[in-house]
Design a protein around this ligand. Structure first.
Ligand code: ZN
Length: 450
């Protein structure tokens, strides 16, 4: 179905933009930084290792900044971004959304700044490492003989930050002027839930002022030839079920025990887990984002071998795709608890209810711009993001967002040991973004904007 849609969409774009794009492509190949100073410098005077592409050197420099939890060096990231803004000749605005938590925004004004803008979002923080499991220092950005760059953040998502910056640098160097304004946004704390970052910032007046029409944010690597784009996310529900029961001596058959109820609850949730796992494994077109995952993650209860406890609790991590009716699903949980026995109750530690997905309809102007990539021999696969990103906050305020980290032929290693990205894949991603940003910023004014 995807292929049918593409042929029509592509034809339209082929006629309208491919000629100019072709010229752009040629220009890139001949002179990547035409229009810039003769000595293209990255790293504030630091020179690139011999033969290395300056974009790769810049990427490795950024990877060495220790923006790692629990105590990220955000100041180092902000200093780096200040320098980038200066090199790009773009204004940079910083908004402290929470104490010590700053969102930075570089803005490239379009030729028609009254139109809705394009947001290029990336987070600056990375998750901790277990250094003993790494082949190299996780913050050295070591590059092996195959060009694989090892570092925390190489996939999630410092690659995308530098790709955005370099794509803008190239577009500017080529003298391109884009119609819509483009904002590059750099947010803190995504890896700890975004509460002091994007979640707070989307409610800030400065966010509204950006007048965003469409957002790009992080995606995931794809081990095959294709690139994955994410148009929605599953909703996380963290739930604890309380199973109270009659206490008593461990030598008797006490009626109405907590453990009997606990067993019933566990069976209901885990039977459902089996069904969903089966659904995923037997359908060719399903990915993890299309089914509900259930994992029992905590059990509490009991004080001694010979004492039947008065309560036992069990906790589950559920991730629910946007296609599920959440009210009905909660009724199901209520039913499981009721069947488990008297006074079994549940409570949520986290319960996300936002089911906004970004349109991938063939007549959606933003989606057409994305699918233009497909004409350029890139295969795109649409998926629901299996976990959570800052995109959920953007979609929740009604802005369409697509998660896209252009990494094909790459194992999914985010948050894993020995996270790496190959330099050729990284460099190709810059060209991909160059085309995509230019296509998005050229999306004609919709009737509401005119
Ligand atoms: Zn991320």
């Amino acid at each position: 179905s995807v292929v049918n849609l593409i042929s029509e969409v592509c034809l339209f774009f082929w006629v309208s933009v491919c000629f100019s794009m072709h010229l752009t492509q040629t220009a890139i190949q001949l002179s990547p930084y035409s229009g810039e100073k003769a000595t293209f410098s990255v790293g504030g005077g630091q020179s690139s290792p011999e033969g290395e592409d300056p974009s790769v050197s810049l990427f490795r420099e950024y990877l060495r900044l220790k923006t790692v939890h629990p105590d990220p060096d955000y100041d180092a990231a902000l200093r780096f971004l200040d320098r980038m803004a200066e090199e790009l000749g773009l204004p940079i605005k910083k908004i402290e959304v929470c104490p010590g938590r700053v969102v930075a925004i570089m803005t490239w004004e379009g030729t028609n700044p009254s139109l809705k803008s394009i947001l290029l979002n990336s987070h600056t923080d990375v998750v901790p490492v277990f250094q003993e499991h790494w082949k190299y220092d996780a913050f050295s950005a070591f590059k092996d003989a195959e060009g694989n760059i090892y570092a925390r953040g190489s996939q999630d998502m410092k690659c995308v930050t530098i790709q955005y910056i370099q794509a803008i640098r190239r577009l500017k160097a080529e003298g391109r002027k884009l119609m819509r304004t483009v904002h590059l946004m750099f947010v803190p704390d995504e890896e700890v839930g975004g509460h002091k970052g994007m979640e707070t910032f989307v409610k800030h007046p400065e966010f509204q002022k950006l007048n965003i029409g469409f957002a790009l944010d992080e995606g995931l690597a794809n081990p095959g030839e294709a690139f994955t784009v994410f148009y929605g996310e599953r909703n996380p529900w963290w739930i604890t079920v309380h199973c109270p029961g009659s206490p008593g001596h461990g030598s008797r058959f006490v009626e109405n025990t907590a453990a009997e109820k606990l067993r019933h609850v566990m069976n209901s949730f885990l039977d459902f887990r089996e069904k969903e796992k089966h659904r995923l494994n037997t359908s060719e077109c399903f990915t993890l984002g299309d089914v509900t995952t259930v994992n029992m993650t905590m059990v509490k209860g009991g004080v001694a071998y010979n004492v039947i406890p008065a309560e036992m609790d069990v906790s589950f991590d559920l991730r629910i795709p946007p296609t599920v009716n959440l009210q009905e699903f909660e009724r199901q949980i209520k039913q499981w608890c009721k069947e488990a026995g008297e006074d079994v109750t549940y409570e949520f530690a986290q319960k996300h209810m936002n089911q906004n997905v970004t349109s991938t309809e063939e007549n959606d102007p933003w989606w057409i711009a994305l699918y233009y990539l497909h004409c350029r021999n890139l295969t795109l696969e649409k998926e629901i993001f299996p976990a959570a990103t800052d995109s959920r906050f953007i979609r929740a305020v009604g802005i369409p967002a697509i998660g896209f980290s252009p990494m094909n032929r790459t194992p999914i290693l985010l948050h894993d040991h020995n996270e790496f990205l190959n330099e050729q894949v990284f460099l190709k991603g810059i060209s991909v973004f160059e085309r995509l940003i230019s296509a998005l910023a050229s999306v004609p004014a919709c009737p509401a904007e005119a």
